[in-house]
Design a protein. Structure first.
Length: 298
């Protein structure tokens, strides 16, 4: 009896040592929706939180401290019926930099076309072989995109399997009435995120993602000048890809996450390196040109 009890305690302890892939915080803002049951929004938040953080998304084993940090900010603008809602969702993904307390942003995107049904007390479950509810598909899509981006920073093209899963979700949702899944609805939606990530002409951006993080940021604690030089070289890969396919969504996604960080990295660099990086940035991310001009001011 005592032996069985000890084995059970060890089993519970082993569960606490390991976790699922994500450490994701979730918020649900609903200030524009009046007169409804307010508890439904807290239950929605809890259910989405439980869904993304307890679903097994990969075959890998994660320790608690290895979980991927991300945030979902859901803003609901309208309630069309008892269980149907629409609004937007901001997705933020972070990655720790080796040998430092710094977390770098990998993905920072606002999806302006979220619409879904949510029924209280009905668990959210994902089945890869069927077309799930739009809410489940939304979360599963971004979970796989975030996994792919994270794995791409640790090994060359390491996220491919997760991008394929996200692509499969997009394919399953082509007949959905909800927006965000189809190519013709927008040039900046879920369809184009995964299309860009899978496009061979933009593969240099994924290579940049690896070099920038693994051989750049992760090395800066050891040798800041070497790490900075690698990052400058990696930005050349983005310039080359941008020339292959101009105005791609993937370039915009990169700089939505990285423009401030790139400025900070090169703010203390030598003048020739600053000029080189400025010329790259001015070409590939002209939206932020006023910010980048600070690099070459005397």
């Amino acid at each position: 009896m005592i032996r069985r009890l000890l084995l059970f305690v060890l089993f519970l302890f082993s569960i606490n040592l390991y976790a699922q892939e994500f450490q994701c915080s979730v918020s649900v803002s609903h200030g524009k929706i009046q007169g409804s049951n307010q508890e439904v929004f807290e239950n929605m938040r809890k259910d989405i939180y439980e869904f993304i953080n307890t679903t097994r998304w990969t075959d890998n084993v994660y320790a608690l401290e290895e979980r991927i940090e991300c945030k979902l900010f859901i803003t609901l603008d309208e309630q069309m019926g008892a269980d149907e809602f629409s609004g937007k969702m901001q997705i933020q993904l972070n990655r720790p930099v080796f040998n430092s307390s710094y977390n770098t942003t990998l993905f920072n995107f606002q999806d302006n076309d979220i619409r879904f049904r949510y029924a209280e007390f009905e668990p959210l479950k994902y089945n890869a072989s069927v077309n799930n509810s739009n809410l489940v598909s939304l979360i599963a899509f971004y979970a796989n995109v975030m996994l792919g981006m994270t794995y791409d920073t640790y090994s060359p093209n390491g996220g491919g399997v997760y991008y394929s899963k996200a692509e499969a979700i997009v394919a399953q949702c082509q007949n959905n009435i909800e927006k965000g899944w189809k190519s013709f609805e927008s040039r900046r939606n879920r369809y184009w995120i995964i299309e860009n990530l899978q496009d061979g002409s933009l593969s240099g951006i994924r290579t940049c993602f690896y070099e920038y993080h693994r051989h750049g940021l992760d090395m800066m604690e050891k040798d800041i000048s070497v790490g900075r030089s690698v990052i400058a070289e990696s930005l050349e890969l983005i310039r080359k890809a941008n020339r292959e396919r101009t105005s791609s969504m993937l370039v915009k996604l990169f700089f939505d996450a990285k423009s401030n960080e790139v400025m900070n990295i090169f703010s203390e660099s030598f003048s020739e390196e600053k000029k080189r990086v400025y010329n790259i940035l001015a070409e590939v991310d002209p939206t932020n040109i006023s910010k980048y001009k600070k690099l070459i001011k005397n």
